[in-house]
Design a protein around this ligand. Structure first.
Ligand code: BGC
Length: 741
């Protein structure tokens, strides 16, 4: 390659969005291969190097443009918190494979997913795109998703490495985090996912960590990612991420996205002036080429433009039913009794589901099944006066919506249609005329901004609807079920007493209405468990006082696309006490704890048995789970470990292993054996940059949630163990006073 070719090759071809002429200067032919995909790389035909296509796809392929003769329908799958709530690697990997197959048939080489940042705070705008507050759950399921994608010969890009835990000032936010919290929480999920799936690529995050942009951090990309973890793929920036192309190249961030001619020029000049060695550039290029040689574009795969959307929709539905969480079920309100035929369905969302993403525009699913459709398809009758009120209202409200480009919609989503006021006469009529009430509530957040604390709560109209429906139906001795179609954690305390049952449907994908109905009627028994805590109130969240950081308006400037950038410091002074690690250790009672979820059956646990009483490099824990109820069901079995606190502070317990049983018929059992290794016992000691297991008593706790421990036992570690020696890296530039027990 000539220097010119080299400098073009490490810089993407920029966006090509057909409806935004400002982004379409000097369009190269390869940019039009899959219109609407987030990016492409530079082709060098003279050397036989094709351009490869990069496309978003956490909840479905974001190929949202129609061009002449091509409409990219994509399966909308469940969002990541739902995926994590399955606690099931097989389900998550099947969905990844479905997206991989769609990518393959549309000519896409790399899916920019899984997105797997830790949900540090529930107000995080993108929390619905991320898996969990726990690194083991996030890392294990992220790996399953990446493995599914890559089983189709399409690459995954695990993102956003690392500590990208807010949208506020996301391009200039400095996450100030201790080495211990980084290693145990914010790096750990990526470490697990990368080691278990060997993704073709990773994407660095927008933010800085301890003063350095992640995309310019040699500590992160060379020392940790490549040297310590053995990552072999290429690294790319997030779109417009970081500042200095030369520093990015030097750090080992191989591809700059979406790419601009200015970045290419900077790289050429830096090589000419000696500021960037050509050898470094060659290494960046080699890593990209190593991936390109495996791509479908390189292999000239004859993509059909006809993925198997029918098969993938079935996968989407099955995964959705596996990850919805039954939060409440008083007096067995669910599943529907045999005498439930006529359903009063309340709430705009019941007739107009939020399948995935911001609103519903970014993924272009071939159809979407609302809850009203789902109920009717399963032979329930909808109470007519409600149907007649909601449908025209929704249509009318949609007609009022301003016409926006899809790009604009992504960053400034149109708010949801306000709740329709149902008058009391209709209410009592419907309560008489139907067998049960369902109130379906929609709620979403998305990319570009975080919620404000007051938006943790449902709005007044939603609250009023739940309360009035509850009064009217309870007066007639009829049950009220609330279905939550939300991408994120919301308040439940202000209204949950009004509901007999609550089903958390998350964002369930295009088959959502069918999946919800199958659970409500008991065709499928709920088996999802929370991948994130529902706190009793926002103020209980350990990072509530510091999120989303302190702005420095005096340093503000105008950045890319005219966005106002306000440098911000986000101090992670809760340290390792994220999610249940905090609530359990500091005994703060949540509304619904991490790992929680009900079933229509019950399970009993045998006493846990260890293979030894003293730890010598490995330990197994065996438990038998039995279905003691009347319906077939699956149980998520969670293993937590309490470690001795000698020199290092420790959470009261941490998730170290989990498994989901097969479908157990009533009376049937399954024996599960978990293996603990030395790193599971260890905590990170920042002083010595090593993982240390302290001698003493360790308690293994196994149960159905982080607070519902059914059986426990302990073992001994005789001597302190240095389990792993790492490099000193990503050291904070300021002192952090961290929360301690
Ligand atoms: C997001 C990434 C995404 C990229 C390309 C960025 O704004 O942070 O997650 O992959 O855009 O669309």
């Amino acid at each position: 390659m000539t220097l010119d070719e080299k400098a073009n090759f490490v810089v993407g071809n920029n966006f090509y969005l057909p409806d935004d002429p400002t982004l379409n200067n000097n369009v190269r032919p390869e940019q039009k291969k899959v219109t609407g995909a987030a990016g492409t790389t530079y082709a060098i035909p003279r050397l036989g190097i094709p351009s490869i296509v990069l496309c978003d796809g956490q909840t479905g392929l974001d190929v949202f443009y129609q061009t002449v003769g091509r409409t990219y329908y994509a399966t909308a799958g469940p969002n990541a918190t739902l995926l994590a709530s399955t606690w099931d690697t097989t389900s998550v990997s099947r969905l990844g494979a479905a997206f991989g197959e769609e990518a393959k048939e549309y000519g896409i080489d790399v899916i920019l997913a899984p997105a797997m940042n830790i949900i540090r705070n529930p107000l995080l705008g993108r929390s619905g795109e991320y898996f969990s507050e726990d690194p083991l759950l996030s890392g294990t399921l992220g790996a399953a998703f990446a493995n599914g994608i890559q089983s189709q010969g399409v690459g995954a890009s695990i993102k956003h490495l690392i500590a990208n835990n807010q949208e506020s000032n996301r391009l200039v936010n400095n996450s100030i985090v201790s080495e211990r919290a980084l290693r145990e929480i914010y790096l750990r999920n990526f470490e697990i996912a990368i080691k278990k799936s060997h993704p073709w690529t990773i994407m660095t995050s927008y933010n800085l960590v301890n003063g350095t942009y992640t995309s310019e951090s040699s500590d992160l990309l060379r020392t940790i990612l490549r040297n310590e973890w053995g990552f072999k793929g290429f690294a790319m920036t997030d779109w417009y991420g970081g500042k200095n192309p030369v520093e990015q190249m030097k750090a080992g961030n191989d591809l700059l996205t979406p790419g601009s001619p200015a970045q290419t020029r900077t790289i050429i000049e830096a090589v000419k002036s000696g500021a960037l060695s050509e050898q470094v550039l060659d290494e960046n290029i080699t890593r990209i080429l190593n991936v390109i040689q495996h791509t479908l574009s390189f292999k000239k795969y004859p993509y059909s433009d006809h993925p198997n959307l029918i098969k993938n929709a079935i996968v989407s539905k099955e995964v959705a039913t596996a990850g919805m969480v039954l939060l409440k079920n008083n007096s067995a309100a669910l599943p529907f009794k045999k005498n439930v035929h006529i359903v009063s369905l309340f709430g705009v969302n019941g007739y107009d589901i939020l399948p995935a993403g911001n609103g519903d525009l970014i993924i272009n699913p071939p159809y979407r099944v609302s809850l009203s459709d789902g109920l009717m398809r399963h032979s329930f009758t909808l109470e007519k006066s409600l149907n007649n009120a909601y449908l025209p209202y929704i249509l009318q409200e949609k007609l009022k919506r301003p016409k926006k480009s899809l790009f604009d919609e992504n960053f400034h989503p149109t708010p949801l249609i306000p709740q329709l006021d149902i008058d009391t006469a209709i209410l009592s009529k419907t309560a008489n005329a139907s067998d049960i009430a369902i109130v379906s509530i929609g709620f979403f957040t998305g990319e570009g901004s975080d919620r404000k604390p007051e938006a943790f709560d449902l709005n007044d109209k939603d609250l009023k609807l739940i309360k009035t429906v509850s009064l009217a139906f309870h007066n007639k001795n009829k049950k009220v079920v609330v279905v939550l179609n939300t991408s994120c954690v919301i308040d439940v305390m202000k209204w949950r007493d009004y509901a007999d049952a609550i089903l958390l449907a998350w964002q369930p994908g295009l088959e959502g209405g069918n999946a919800i109905t199958e659970l409500l009627m008991g065709e499928v028994n709920p088996s999802g468990k929370l991948s994130i805590t529902f706190p009793a109130k926002y103020e209980d969240v350990p990072s509530s006082k510091t999120f989303p950081g302190t702005e420095h308006p005096e340093k503000a400037f105008t950045g890319v696309m005219g966005i106002k950038m306000i440098p911000t410091d986000a101090l992670y002074n809760e340290g390792i006490y994220v999610g249940y690690r905090y609530y359990n250790t500091f005994t703060v009672k949540p509304a619904y704890e991490f790992g929680y979820g009900l079933s229509y059956t019950n399970f009993s646990y045998s006493p846990v048995k260890l293979n030894a009483s003293t730890f010598r490099g490995k330990m197994t824990a065996t438990v038998t789970v039995t279905n003691t109820g009347k319906l077939a069901g699956k149980e998520v079995v969670e293993l937590y470990l309490s470690a001795p606190k000698i020199k290092l502070d420790k959470p009261s317990e941490e998730l170290k292993a989990f498994a989901k049983t097969v479908l157990l018929m009533p009376g049937k059992s399954q024996t599960i054996t978990f293996t603990l290794n030395s790193k599971d016992l260890a905590s990170y000691d920042s002083k010595s940059s090593s993982w240390i297991a302290e001698a003493g008593k360790y308690t293994v706790k196994i149960g159905g949630s982080s607070l519902d421990i059914k059986t426990s036992t302990s073992f001994k570690l005789e001597h302190d163990l240095v389990v792993e020696k790492d490099h000193k890296a990503l050291t904070p530039q300021v002192g952090i006073t961290e929360l301690k027990k």
